[in-house]
Write a protein that binds this ligand. Structure first.
Ligand SMILES: CC(C)(COP(=O)(O)OP(=O)(O)OC[C@H]1O[C@@H](n2cnc3c(N)ncnc32)[C@H](O)[C@@H]1OP(=O)(O)O)[C@@H](O)C(=O)NCCC(=O)NCCS
Ligand SMILES: CC(=O)OC[C@H](N)C(=O)O
Length: 182
């Protein structure tokens, strides 16, 4: 992926969403610099600019070295906080007032969540600790997720309760067909 493709990898997923596009382009430039040591030094001033503009002014804390797959959809772009250990797959959706991070333990901090592909995270969600969210999961608004979630599930409530998505058979069928084509 060249620089241009890398920076605009979320552009289509955020059609009609200027703020989401702007934040993600700024993030991908920072992410490009952070992943390559040479650019990290050259781009230090940019990284500072990114941090001040996106974190302080847009209140969206996506650390520049977070691993996030392509086609991230970012709705409403505010009060979103995550640690740089979070891993997010392809084709995911994030919304406002959401925290994805670690948990305090007796000896320090836990690891952070690993989120699969096609995961849709509602508004006001907390996902904390060493949990894995599998592919095609929907996390309902206001959910607090402290345990791992199986594929094709919906999680709602505090503490989050998991059940199969109503459309899981349709999705898994499409998914199997795609896999067999590939
Ligand atoms: C969870 C969600 C994905 C819908 O899943 P669904 O399978 O279509 O759920 P339904 O609407 O059929 O509701 C099924 C049950 O879950 C409950 N439920 C739905 N969403 C819920 C939520 N966020 N928290 C708690 N319970 C919820 C319903 O009350 C219903 O309960 P019942 O069976 O006792 O009547 C959706 O409700 C949601 O929360 N999406 C997030 C979207 C969002 O954040 N929007 C904000 C935009 S800014
Ligand atoms: C507040 C709201 O309903 O926003 C809609 C938006 N498309 C989203 O899913 O986040």
């Amino acid at each position: 992926m060249n620089f241009f493709e890398f920076v605009f990898q979320d552009w289509r997923a955020n059609q009609g969403n200027i703020k989401g596009r702007l934040i993600l382009v700024l993030f991908r430039i920072a992410n490009f610099c952070a992943r390559r040591r040479i650019y990290y030094y050259l781009g230090f001033l940019y990284l500072l600019f990114y941090r001040i503009l996106v974190e302080w002014f847009f209140s969206t804390e996506i650390p520049w070295n977070t691993k996030i797959g392509r086609n991230l959809r970012l709705y409403h772009g505010q009060a979103l906080v995550m640690t740089n250990q979070v891993v997010i797959g392809h084709n995911c959706t994030l919304r406002q007032s959401t925290t994805i991070g670690n948990k305090q333990t007796a000896t320090g901090f836990s690891t952070s969540p690993v989120i699969g592909n096609h995961v849709d995270i509602g508004s006001n969600v907390c996902i904390i600790g060493p949990v894995t969210i599998a592919d095609y999961v929907n996390i309902g608004c206001g959910a607090v997720v402290v345990k791992s979630v199986d594929p094709y599930c919906v999680v709602t409530g505090n503490p989050g309760v998991m059940r199969k998505r109503k459309d899981w058979q349709d999705i898994s069928l499409i998914d199997e067909q795609t896999k067999s084509i590939i």
